[in-house]
Design a protein around this ligand. Structure first.
Ligand code: PHE
Length: 344
């Protein structure tokens, strides 16, 4: 019996050494140490032995059991370490590798265009008007009356302007020009500001028109300001914005708050003036409205037109962006399709 036990021990110890996986080790444990294992079947036979033998063989069986149990435990630890090392080795992290791709947010093309135009005017000595002079929810009084719109002017009609239910004369501004009024009410000349912002018009939406769009208003008031100053600034703007000296054309026009007034055209960037679809064959593209600040407007804000004169201009941001980047549908700016936005 002693021999059998020793043989069992030898076999088990060898199998423990040879076991290379947790499963194999678990099988060894089952085979020798479980209730139905080989050691237990030996113990069952102890009853046939003499008391003396029972004691020595029993003790030997117990020792072997404990010893094997210990060896299995140690082997378990060893296998665990090997497995962990393999895992660490195979999953080694190279911290110099580029990280996972994370989509990066981008500045919206309209904001990019606004920033670009603002920078150009800052370079020409203009500063950005405080936001509080330029609210999107405006009064008819500031948006129209103070800007010398005659009562019952068609632009005030419901067709063009969104009226709110806040109060009878509270509207969504139809132009950024009201900002001129607030600026001049708050600052004495010299005034040299621009003001970008959203405007709203009650129009049917099409490829060319959206009922929300952006304008940048400009205002310069000082002594001895003439139409030549206006032309100089706007020509310089066109040169800087479109990247090259581009012919401009000042066409006589009408705005209630400027006199004389002009609409400024830039030679078509698509055809270079030959005439194409973009410019409807004319060779010119209208980019902004401008003029000398009307005497009545100066009077309305308490500036003496005998001493001061000035000019104002207003440009459509979407239009300028569409021309520069050859975009044919204004709605693209508002749909926020990332395939469009990612191109900027
Ligand atoms: N506010 C005018 C418009 O929306 C543009 C403009 C601004 C014209 C300033 C002259 C001076 O059409």
């Amino acid at each position: 019996m002693k021999n059998t036990l020793e043989q069992i021990y030898k076999n088990a110890a060898e199998e423990i050494i040879n076991a290379q996986t947790f499963d194999a080790l678990e099988n060894v444990k089952l085979k020798y140490l479980s209730r139905k294992g080989e050691l237990n079947s030996i113990k069952k036979n102890l009853k046939d032995l003499s008391d003396e033998e029972k004691r020595t063989i029993g003790a030997l069986a117990n020792n072997i059991f404990n010893e094997l149990d210990k060896q299995i435990d140690e082997k378990m630890q060893k296998l665990y370490k090997v497995q962990l090392n393999n895992k660490l080795e195979s999953e080694r992290i190279d911290i110099t590798l580029p990280s996972d791709f994370r989509p990066q947010g981008k500045v919206h093309p309209l904001t990019q265009t606004i920033n670009e135009i603002v920078e150009i005017f800052q370079g020409l000595g203009f500063s950005v008007m405080p936001q509080e002079y330029s609210p999107e929810v405006e009064t008819e009084y500031i948006n129209f009356d103070m800007l010398n719109f005659p009562p019952n002017h068609p632009a005030k009609d419901m067709q063009d302007t969104f009226y709110t239910k806040v109060a009878p004369n509270v509207i969504l501004r139809s132009q950024t020009s009201g900002a001129q009024i607030r600026q001049m009410l708050n600052q004495n000349p010299p005034v040299r500001v621009i003001s970008p912002g959203r405007v709203y018009r009650c129009e049917s939406v099409s490829a060319r028109k959206n009922n929300l769009f952006h304008q940048i208003e400009g205002l310069l008031v000082d002594k001895d300001i003439t139409f030549a100053d206006l032309k100089g600034i706007l020509n310089e703007f066109v040169r800087l914005y479109f990247g090259a000296s581009r012919p401009t054309r000042f066409r006589a026009s009408y705005f209630p708050f400027t006199e004389p007034s002009a609409e400024v055209d830039v030679q078509c960037i698509m055809c270079g003036g030959k005439g194409c679809r973009t410019c409807s064959g004319s060779g010119w593209l209208e980019v902004l409205g401008a003029g000398m600040v009307h005497v009545n407007v100066l009077k309305n804000v308490g500036i003496d037109p005998e001493i001061y004169s000035g000019f104002a201009f207003g440009m459509g941001v979407e239009r300028l962006a569409m021309l520069k980047y050859a975009i044919n549908d204004i709605r693209l700016f508002f749909n926020n399709d990332v395939r469009f936005l990612n191109q900027f």
